[in-house]
Design a protein around this ligand. Structure first.
Ligand code: FJE
Ligand code: FE
Length: 369
């Protein structure tokens, strides 16, 4: 069956031409990384007053007040995690071509950073028309697109069409199948982040779904020189309304010079930071400052500490997710658990079945050019 499918000319050219950088790979279920020994060196033990409940409220007024009360003074306002997370790995996302003439800085998904379960890919994209990501399919995971500057228009084979602008988020559950185009909505450079989150085997074939979050509706919290956009999960006691099938935290922090931060992260989740702007100190106060376009994989632990000791503002996203611990077999835009399921996805896409029915006669409308 595989040979028959492969031998026929495929109806759309994503795998032969435009999407050459994300081809086949597979990996068994395993832990995403082993923390470096330095990341688990003797660190100060947590003060016992911070139970797991109060930790989730660490930066809220009430929690820091409670901490100060129990700890006996202002010095204790800075909570300590029982097992603070440190930087286990640092990767620079260098620019490469993707889609049709688009530039992406890939961090998660590059060869040295493949399996950060449940995350498959993080691209910081920078695209000017006529470049973009023309008609292509997805199956088996979610894509989260977060605009940093400008606007992108999305059109899909079910007639969905929408434009997201600076600060807006599109959270798309591709599930059993989506075919769409993602193209710049205006002239000039359009920038954003796209994250791919794997779905568990039970969710891979769910009906596709969109959650569009406009910037004005994204929860924001602020304290002591730290501002956070809460795209998914919780920070400073404020919760995002987004439903994540794979439990995920997605926070966009901006820290003023001199600010510091303690952010709880569920213990068993994998987590990373991607720096958008400025320079920050992550994990340990003495660690090397890290600048934009770097991805930091964090060691296991219950929270992360950050310092902005620079003279400029620091902006980064903190992303964490519950690992699925399932085998991953990926062929470009199809991410399944087995080879057989990948063959099935290619066949379904080719013949327009099992979720790809609308593929048969669909083509996106041209936008600007
Ligand atoms: C894709 C290669 C791709 N990063 N960032 C292979 F480029 C893509 C793809 C994107 C993408 C789209 C946006 Cl809007 C932003 C991106 C890759 O479309 F889906 C496959 N399979
Ligand atoms: Fe896509």
């Amino acid at each position: 069956m595989m040979l028959m499918v492969m031998a026929r000319p495929m109806m759309r050219g994503w795998y032969t031409s435009i999407y050459s950088n994300l081809l086949f790979h597979s990996s068994p279920a395993k832990q995403a990384f082993v923390p470096s020994s330095s990341s688990l060196s003797n660190r100060p033990k947590a003060s016992s007053y911070l139970g797991s409940q109060s930790k989730s409220l660490i930066m809220s007024q009430s929690a820091s007040a409670a901490a100060a009360a129990v700890g006996g003074g202002g010095d204790h306002e800075i909570p300590r995690f029982e097992r603070p997370r440190y930087v286990a790995k640092r990767v620079l996302a260098e620019s490469q071509k993707e889609g049709e003439g688009a530039n992406v800085r890939r961090s998660i998904g590059r060869p040295e950073l493949r399996n950060l379960d449940p995350f498959l890919l993080l691209d910081e994209f920078s695209v000017s028309p006529p470049a973009g990501f023309p008609d292509h399919p997805h199956r088996g995971f979610e894509t989260v697109t977060y605009m940093l500057e400008g606007a992108f228009t999305h059109q899909d084979f079910a007639g969905h069409k929408g434009t997201i602008s600076t600060g807006d988020v599109q959270w798309m559950t591709a599930g059993r199948g989506i075919i769409h185009s993602e193209m710049p909505a205006r002239e000039g450079v359009q920038k954003g982040l796209q994250l791919w989150i794997n779905l568990s085997s039970k969710d891979k074939m769910v009906e596709p779904r969109y959650q569009e979050l406009l910037s004005k509706n994204i929860s924001m919290a602020e304290k002591d020189g730290v501002e956070v956009q809460i795209i998914a999960g919780e920070a400073f006691g404020v919760q995002s309304p987004v439903y994540t099938r794979t439990p995920t935290m997605f926070l966009d922090f901006t820290m003023k010079p001199g600010a510091q931060l303690q952010q709880p992260i569920p213990d068993s989740w994998n987590s990373f930071v991607y720096i958008i702007e400025g320079e920050g100190i992550f994990g340990g106060e003495d660690s090397t400052p890290v600048t934009s376009h770097h991805c930091l994989v964090l060691s296991p632990g219950d929270g992360m500490r950050v310092w902005n000791k620079s003279a400029k503002q620091l902006r980064f996203v903190l992303i964490a997710g519950q690992p699925l611990n399932e085998p991953v077999v990926q062929y470009g835009p199809f991410v399944m658990n087995t080879q057989a399921e990948i063959r099935q996805a290619m066949e379904d896409y080719h013949y327009g079945r099992n979720g790809f029915e609308k593929a048969r006669h669909w083509k996106s409308e041209p936008l600007l050019h």
